[in-house]
Design a protein around this ligand. Structure first.
Ligand code: 9MR
Length: 363
């Protein structure tokens, strides 16, 4: 035990100094990262730059466990583009610096979304200048990180059949300003600004076999097919995977969707995995088991598909999950949706992830 603690102190010192690559055995063999690297997989999580800088155990866990990072909020419009002619890259750049020091890749999230738009957006952007505002933002931001990112979520959550349009597109500000063409504009601009990043369409609510989610998957496939036909380059679909324990589980519909994408040469990334326990009763340990079993079943199914090449959870520790703010439990107890609990102990979800990664075929 003392040895383990001494090693942790050593690792922590080295990680703070950004010397991970000089450690004798890094990543430690029992981590998600080591298991994923043995199978050529990317495993990661959403991160918060202030925590990487200010909370050593957070930084240490992220460095040891992950080889792919994504900014939970720091690369959204609101964060990067606080005034029409001002960009603030400093917090997001912290993530890149951390990743470089620990030999990790970074995903960009996101270049075009209906949420997290800065206040000035609504008063300044009109049908006349929207195309220029969108392309300038994408050129500046994707240009700033060009050549350094694994992938970009170019367009996020553009489909919403419930909005009732015949094309299934969400009535987002971008659609209202530019019409459906905004999606092609965003992807074409991103490709010009960063020819290396894998360009991704990212969405939620496409995991289950319910009629609504089946319809949404069909719309995603139509979107990708249409883009390919128009010569707009797109490399991947992000399946967000905000799942809920105690309700219907993802099944054949999603598996067939991933296979359909493979036929179109598309990769699939699990981009925002977490499992809400708000529908579960009982003691935390019982709930954790059910959450872990959903992690295991889901990842075993998805990682059996060779074009699923990356898995990211939406956060690493229950201490900082968005679910407590937006989908709190009715009994007031904190949610436990992530691989590490609020004290950074590995959860059943952690072991389920590791086993599912191990089950991935390497050929
Ligand atoms: O977790 C994020 C939360 O902190 C933000 O307040 C919110 C709005 O920007 O976005 C959350 O992340 C979302 C992600 O960007 C897109 N998919 C759904 C995620 C959870 O709402």
């Amino acid at each position: 035990m003392r040895e383990r603690l001494a090693r942790r102190e050593f690792v922590r010192g080295a990680l703070c100094a950004g010397m991970a690559r000089m450690l004798p055995s890094f990543p430690p063999p029992d981590t998600l990262r080591a298991h994923a690297e043995a199978r050529g997989l990317l495993v990661g999580c959403a991160v918060v730059p202030e925590k990487l800088r200010g909370e050593p155990i957070y930084a240490e866990t992220v460095a040891e466990q992950e080889n792919l990072l994504v900014a939970e909020n720091a690369m959204k419009w609101q964060a990067l583009h606080p005034a029409p002619h001002r960009y603030d890259f400093a917090p997001a750049d912290t993530i890149l610096a951390f990743a470089d020091a620990h030999q990790q890749r970074v995903r960009g999230h996101n270049l075009c979304w209906h949420q997290a738009l800065p206040d000035w957006f609504h008063s300044m952007v009109t049908k006349d200048n929207a195309k220029q505002v969108l392309t300038e933002h994408i050129c500046t931001v994707a240009g700033h990180y060009a050549g350094r990112l694994h992938s970009w979520d170019v367009v996020n959550e553009a489909i919403e059949p419930k909005d009732g349009r015949p094309d299934g597109l969400r009535k987002s500000p971008w659609l209202m300003l530019l019409g459906p063409e905004y999606i092609d504009i965003a992807f074409r601009t991103a490709r010009r600004a960063d020819p290396k990043a894998l360009l991704t369409y990212n969405d939620y609510g496409i995991e289950l076999d319910t009629p609504e989610q089946t319809e949404k998957r069909r719309r995603v496939l139509d979107l990708v097919r249409g883009m390919k036909k128009r010569g707009v380059s797109i490399d991947a679909v992000g399946v967000q995977s905000h799942l809920t324990a105690g309700e219907q589980r993802p099944g054949n519909g999603l598996r067939d969707f991933v296979r359909e994408l493979r036929k179109m040469d598309m990769q699939v990334f699990i981009t925002e995995l977490d499992v809400s326990d708000h529908k579960l009763q009982g003691a935390p340990a019982e709930r954790d088991k059910l959450v872990g079993s959903l992690y295991g079943d889901y990842l075993r199914m998805m990682l059996a598909e060779p074009n699923v090449t990356a898995v990211l959870t939406w956060g690493i520790t229950d201490k900082y999950t968005w679910l407590n703010h937006e989908h709190g439990r009715s009994d007031g107890q904190p949610q436990r949706p992530l691989p590490f609990d609020a004290e950074y102990h590995p959860m059943p979800a952690f072991y389920a992830m590791r086993e599912a990664i191990d089950a991935r075929r390497t050929t």
